[in-house]
Write a protein of this length. Sequence first.
Length: 280
Amino acid sequence: MRLRSLLYVPASSERFIAKAHERGADAIILDLEDSVAPDQKQAARDGLKEAVVRVGRGGATVFVRVNSAPEMRMADAEAACLAGAFGLYVAKTELPGELDALAAHLAPIERQIGRAPMAFVPLLEDASAVLEARAIARVQRVIGLAAGGEDIATSLGAEPLPEVLRLPKLLVHLAAKAEGKLSFGMLLTIADYQRLDAIESAAREAKAHGFDGASCIHPSVIPVLNASFSPRAELIAWAKAVIAAARATGQGAFELNGVMVDAPVIARALNVLEQANEFQ
């Protein structure tokens, strides 16, 4: 699944919903949480049935970010399910049991309407959740993990500095990859979406670490994320050369342009080519 760029869209904003399908994001996250005022949450939830269809018209995968309070989370999830959203961004997930309860609530609804089970992307937003990351990643419906940098820093009583956030974000990333799941985010928190050069640098660093994509709040960032989380032309050329040499030599280990190539390198080259085909 191609999820390089995930654009947050307030589920209460007609203006943003109307344009979301034109932005070129791989996924749209209709937000019922932070970007929606308390007195607008019910109306935003009620509007999901129409909003999910509208933002997905361009082919983007549609998620809904649900609120963290248990009753609101269940109501949000049910509305998203009935509206046809692919999955849920589950805000402030702390324990795998929360996701199990959510899945149990959704299962009879999904069976009744004949739809596939909703996918989950838990948002880990405090120190406790980070330390539960691998257990959370093991939950069957989870397809990926994301870490909330600002919230994690707050839970630590810290500032959201790169040196503060790097370790918790990498821990969440490692947990996701250990369980074969996607990993979303960047190791730096860049609040100013106009700093596209800085965002590009952070996204390329994240890609080098194996992150699969990142979310954003402004459409100007989408082309940067799509490019940064796609294999670079020179990397694709390298991968093709490795695979061609492997086939030509018929050996498990060989030298290519003065560099030793063995099974792990060949596997990485195959992965690059697989990604390149997916992103064409």
